[in-house]
Design a protein around this ligand. Structure first.
Ligand code: PMP
Length: 392
């Protein structure tokens, strides 16, 4: 008996092998610096943790409304008014078990087998897998280096066909750190509108923007076929709580709630109480923490740029660098898309974990998460330059 055909093309996360090897090396006592995982390792805000503990102690541990408790939907709506000056009603918010579940449900809601979905490349790997799981086709489009590879509306427009049903964008972006400004986002909204497309905007990293007014949320466009996805994972460092959300037109929220009711029933009641505390007080990154991230970004981008063969811009958002290592690979006698071999040698010889760009659909690059403290980044950077000296 064969498994369903949709599973055949599904690949396990390409980073798994490197992570497994890194854990093994750490167990063997090697000093491994992890620039691979996208998990902000600071603690979740105290009031969020306390609210989670109280939820357990008070017995708030059963199923909740499928789309999330009204208090949390209101708190998320109010955050948009406080942070972005946009009114969002609780009926326009659906709470999910993480942004990944939100994206999965939105693809289920909007895309049929045989449809095409435009996805910027490099991409967060789950986008293409989720689209393929409904029997649709991801059509990938890359932008220019200047725009940190985020494609513009014009670039995406060239790929629109009769079968295109939706566009899935990500800003601030993983893996490149690119951010769409309001003019660029407007162009994409106009493209979607002109072709009657759904537009899904993954804005999980909206707390991590280093150019004050650059980031623009899709919510500000009032586009009725637009859905904005957010998460408590990154800005509140609550990855394990599995709490995300969708903001969209209320006419679609009931349908989305139906999908969710058959998937997770509801998000975790405990996590919802914790997130309510986080969103109500808007405990996302304090300015001081954001400036620390900015310093780490600047430091690592600068020192990597000093290594011959590495081209590493400092992007305006998220907490990733996406250096181009193609010229380095060439001078080491490797192929343009052999960055996996290079990442592997960085791990084995220098004890530094990075993610090969191929995991995001773009070989010849590495993704580097600058989450460890500055001292560890200094150590990582000097290990990388010594390792490069050896391969050249
Ligand atoms: N979208 C992007 C771009 C991400 O980087 C991640 C997490 N790495 C997610 C979605 C999933 O977030 P969550 O933990 O809320 O499911």
């Amino acid at each position: 008996m064969s498994l369903a055909s949709r599973i055949e093309n599904l690949t396990m996360s390409k980073t798994q092998a490197i992570n497994d090897r890194a854990s093994q090396m750490a167990r063997e006592g090697r000093d491994v610096i992890d620039l691979g995982a996208g998990d902000p390792r600071f603690r979740e805000p105290d009031p969020a943790r306390q609210a989670g503990i109280s939820a357990i102690e008070d017995g708030f541990t059963g199923y909740t409304e499928a789309g999330g408790i009204p208090e949390l939907r209101r708190a998320i709506g109010r955050r948009y008014s406080k942070v972005f000056g946009i009114d969002v009603d609780e009926s326009e918010v659906l709470v999910t078990a993480g942004a990944k579940a939100a994206l999965f449900e939105l693809v289920q809601l909007t895309v049929d087998p045989g449809d095409e979905v435009i996805v910027p490349r490099p991409y967060y790997p789950s986008y293409v897998s989720q689209v393929a799981l409904v029997g649709a086709k991801p059509v990938t489009v890359s932008g220019t280096k200047e725009n940190h590879y985020l494609p513009t509306g014009t670039e995406m427009g060239r790929q629109v066909s009769e079968r295109t049903k939706a566009i899935l964008i990500n800003s601030p972006g993983n893996p490149t750190g690119g951010v769409y400004d309001s003019r660029q986002l407007q162009e994409i909204v106009e493209l979607a509108d002109a072709h009657d497309l759904f537009l899904i905007s993954d804005e999980c990293y909206d707390g991590f923007t280093y150019e004050r007014d650059r980031f623009c949320t899709l919510v500000s466009f009032d586009y009725s076929r637009g859905f904005t996805v957010g998460s408590a994972s990154k800005s509140f460092a609550m990855t394990g709580w599995r709490l995300g959300y969708v903001v969209g037109d209320r006419k679609y929220m009931g349908e989305l709630e139906k999908v969710q009711s058959h998937l997770t029933s509801s998000p975790s009641s405990i996590s919802q109480k914790a997130a309510q505390a986080a969103f109500t007080k808007d405990l996302s990154l304090p300015d001081k923490t954001l400036r620390q991230f900015e310093r780490k970004r600047n430091y690592l981008a600068k020192t990597l740029n000093e290594v011959e063969g590495i081209d590493c811009p400092a992007p305006p958002g998220s907490f990733y660098l996406f250096p181009d290592v193609r010229s380095l690979l060439k001078s080491a006698g490797l192929g343009e898309a052999d960055e996996g071999k290079f990442a592997r040698s960085l791990l084995e010889e220098a004890g530094v974990v990075t993610v090969p760009g191929g995991a995001f659909g773009l070989g010849g690059f590495l993704r580097i998460a600058y989450l460890p403290g500055l001292e560890r980044l200094e150590e990582a950077s000097s290990r990388i330059s010594s390792a490069v000296e050896r391969v050249r």
